[in-house]
Design a protein around this ligand. Structure first.
Ligand SMILES: *Cc1c(COP(=O)(O)O)cnc(C)c1O
Length: 230
């Protein structure tokens, strides 16, 4: 150990600097969601103090821990794969679920939202790479699914989310972002009642600049804020 500041202090300082520079790099119409998986409530709190207003969580249990510390000082987005047996808890914490990809999950969220006396904003996750092992609805099936979800009274579809295939070079993600934007525009143009197509969530630390060029209105950034995951 040297004589510098304690490790924890250094980490909070770098989170703060990262948040500032990410926020400065975003156009005014693009919303930042800090992807917080594996981060401690303390780290997440440091990001909130530095200006993060939305937190993305992949696991309900991690979210409960962080929520106990941060509460409504930020809004909470669910960005992982939502298991049926976690829906009830998820509906209590989250302000948006970004990963609806089939009707049965939507129905489950609708039912729990009704029981809680609320309407849950959701995004429909598009499997833009058409990868069998990944979650999300295939592009050609998105329209049908969304028309059905739009009829559920306690869910409000607010837009789309996509991951795209993992790749080192962000340019490789561009066609998938572009296709998701195209679906977004098509669905928004259909004037389906109950829909409010305003969010397009795509792009992560390495790809968010490309995603914004392709029309993202929401980016989910983890390592670019908190550093590499252990
Ligand atoms: C982890 C994660 C991110 C952020 O990834 P980084 O490369 O750490 O920026 C974004 N979206 C989802 C769904 C994630 O699970």
């Amino acid at each position: 150990m040297g004589t510098g500041p304690p490790v924890e202090h250094t980490r909070e300082t770098s989170i703060r600097d990262n948040v500032k520079s990410v926020l400065e790099s975003l156009p005014g119409n693009v919303e930042l969601v800090a992807a917080a998986k594996t981060r401690s409530p303390k780290e997440i709190l440091a990001a909130v103090k530095a200006g993060v207003t939305a937190i993305g969580e992949n696991y309900v249990r991690e979210a409960e821990e962080a929520f106990a510390v941060i509460g409504h000082n930020a809004v909470w987005h669910f960005i992982g794969h939502l298991q049926r047996n976690k829906v009830k808890k998820a509906v209590r914490i989250f302000d948006m679920i970004e990963t609806i990809d089939c009707l049965s999950l939507a129905e489950e969220v609708d039912k729990s939202s009704r029981d809680t006396g609320r309407v849950m904003p959701v995004l429909v996750e598009i499997n833009s790479g058409r990868e069998e092992q990944k979650y999300g609805v295939f592009p050609e099936k998105a329209g049908d699914l969304i028309r059905k979800i739009a009829m559920l009274p306690n869910i409000k579809v607010r837009g789309l989310m996509t991951m795209g295939p993992f790749s080192g070079d962000p340019e490789n993600a561009r066609p998938y972002f572009r296709e998701t934007r195209k679906i977004f525009n098509e669905i928004a143009g259909q004037d389906i009642s109950g829909l409010e197509m305003s969010c397009l969530s795509m792009g992560m630390s390495n790809s968010y600049r490309v995603a914004i060029e392709e029309g993202a209105t929401m980016v989910r950034i983890g390592t670019g804020i908190f550093g590499e995951r252990d």
